[in-house]
Design a protein around this ligand. Structure first.
Ligand code: NAP
Length: 530
């Protein structure tokens, strides 16, 4: 049931008088539920509770945290059709997408449950004492990863489940032992509330401390700003635009005690199509890329917004085929009128640049909130000279850069901002002949795809979802996969600590049976003599 209230730990609360509604882009009208934005008092209560809960939650065994995470997954599944209908009504996305995203969300929660219950992720390292070492005795040192503290999570508009309330950031922070406050995305407050209710139900069932999770409503940026500046908050996870992510990052850096902001932000995901591939696979590539550029109305952080090739007949033919294919695709609804407005405005900024030519533009009438796809082209030199052309246009948009030769193409890559992905398309021979292109791309991106499309992020351990700034604020970490847990922890060492005072992960008898680096050997056996 939707209450429109804030979930502050186990309590529902709506002290404020600022209210808002979500919007159904397919029906082009507001949804009926009313949500109340959190007040400063409610933010303070949520932060205090999160800090108190953290002190209890962080010491709970991994197996107990795993019960909690699995119970969240179960409770989300029990929301059944109510969740799917709410998701669709707040996004305009189809039911299939909603179900797919729910599957991914639940899968992530279960993967972190397995990680927490197995326990070796804490990277325990033990160097036993050598009392008779000369000239000085060696102390007993033991190190492991410990959670940072209460964490604030901002969800993205385009993933109301997988990158939101119980999405990857929340699941990984809870698995690490952090309490979590979600700043609910205003566009999917109802989806967020349903998921928050599932999390709190799971928390009660599994005996979690009050305040381990809170969900705060907001219709503007103030609630998020206050949370990031709150002295009890120790880390932030953000998925969204470069503008939003950077603003929060700067705010966190200016605090008396700066805290990390792990922001995953926009990207234009360059795709390099080498000459032979353009000749041999023109039709297939045109069809595949028309699909990838327009997938989900282009509202993916991995959308291929930039296609790079060497000028000539093959590239011109490919451009013609891609334009034809892209115009065959029926436009679809964007998430919200404001996102459509931003798309139109960024498209116009690009079209207003004198060097830009339109290659394919959908011109027929569309329903309200539907986005018309656009394919543009520019020469390599103009692209290098005009930084405005390097910006993300969030929607079904792409730009083909026609480079003079491979050297200019490499220059273009070197001048790009950091990106989530890069894609290389070519036959075996030309790929091996263009190691220089690969190396240039590798410096600018977090993942390279060979002969595929960047859209579609597999959730698994070896996925890296992040990249050099501004793709993310810290390229050392991924936002997807179990290693994303490392964003919410810090290393901590115990020197000459009595065995009984050590956490289980570092005790001689290794009661958790986890893998540890003992005197530089990876092992799960206990330490016999100390
Ligand atoms: P957004 O406009 O940045 O909003 C994301 C959240 O941040 C919202 O809750 C928003 O609150 C808040 N926010 C924005 N600016 C803020 C500020 N200055 N101070 C405090 N809070 C602020 O992004 P979006 O439109 O939801 O998502 C689209 C973008 O996300 C695209 O650029 C896309 O590429 C990117 N994205 C990246 C990834 C990734 O993994 N790298 C994944 C998905 C999407 P309000 O709405 O209340 O203003």
């Amino acid at each position: 049931m939707i209450t429109g209230e804030n979930y502050i730990g186990n309590q529902l609360s709506s002290l404020g008088n600022k209210t808002y509604k979500t919007f159904n882009p397919q029906l082009n009208r507001e949804n009926s539920f009313v949500y109340t934005e959190a007040t400063i008092e409610e933010i303070n209560v949520a932060a205090n509770l999160a800090a108190i809960a953290f002190n209890v939650y962080k010491t709970m065994p991994g197996a107990k945290k795993a019960l909690f995470l699995n119970a969240i997954a179960d409770e989300i599944m029990k929301l059944d059709d109510a969740l799917i209908q709410m998701y669709c009504s707040e996004t305009g996305l189809p039911e299939g997408r909603a179900k797919g995203e729910r599957g991914r969300t639940v899968g992530q929660l279960r993967a972190f449950a397995t990680l927490a219950s197995e326990g070796s992720w804490v990277e325990a390292a033990i160097d036993t004492a050598v009392p008779d070492r000369t000239p000085a005795p060696k102390p007993d040192l033991r190190k492991m990863l410990v959670p940072l503290g209460p964490t604030v999570v901002f969800g993205a508009s385009n993933f109301p489940l997988a990158y939101a309330t119980a999405g990857g950031d929340t699941a990984s922070a809870l698995a690490a032992g952090c309490s979590v406050i979600v700043k609910s995305h205003p566009m999917h407050a109802g989806t967020g509330e349903l998921v928050a209710s599932a999390i709190l139900k799971a928390a009660r069932q599994t005996g979690m401390p009050n305040g381990v999770f809170s969900n705060l409503n907001s219709s503007g940026i103030e609630v998020g700003e206050m949370l990031v500046q709150h002295p009890l908050v120790k880390a932030v996870g953000f998925t969204g635009s470069i503008k939003g992510g950077r603003a929060l990052y700067d705010l966190a850096a200016k605090r008396p005690e700066p805290i990390p902001v792990f922001a995953e932000m926009g990207s234009i995901n360059p795709v390099v199509i080498l000459p032979n591939a353009l000749v041999k696979r023109k039709e297939e590539l045109a069809q595949t890329y028309a699909g990838s550029i327009t997938l989900g109305a282009g509202q993916f952080c991995t959308n291929p917004g930039l296609l790079l090739g060497v000028k000539g007949e093959a590239l011109t033919n490919f451009m013609d085929s891609l334009s034809e294919e892209i115009l065959k695709i029926e436009p679809s609804s964007m998430l919200h009128p404001a996102i459509l407005e931003a798309y139109e405005s960024k498209k116009n900024n690009i079209l207003n640049q004198s060097q830009i030519e339109v290659s394919g533009q959908y011109e027929l009438d569309v329903q309200p909130n539907y986005a018309r796809q656009l394919l543009t082209t520019v020469d390599g030199r103009s692209f290098l000279e005009n930084k405005l052309l390097h910006q993300e246009v969030f929607g079904p948009f792409s730009m083909i850069v026609q480079c003079e030769d491979i050297n200019q193409l490499i220059q273009v890559i070197k001048n790009l901002d950091g990106q989530l992905t890069g894609t290389l398309i070519g036959d075996k021979l030309e790929l091996s002949e263009h190691v220089d292109v690969f190396e240039a791309l590798k410096n600018r991106v977090g993942r390279i795809i060979f002969n595929g499309v960047p859209t579609g992020v597999e959730v698994c351990t070896s996925m890296n979802h992040g990249g050099p700034y501004p793709a993310s604020t810290d390229s050392r970490f991924t936002a997807v996969g179990i290693h994303s847990i490392k964003r919410w922890v810090r290393p901590f060492s115990y020197q000459n600590c009595p065995n009984e005072l050590l956490p289980d992960a570092l005790k001689n008898e290794n009661p958790l049976g986890i893998y540890r680096l003992v005197n530089n050997h990876q092992t799960n056996i206990k330490i016999e003599s100390v």
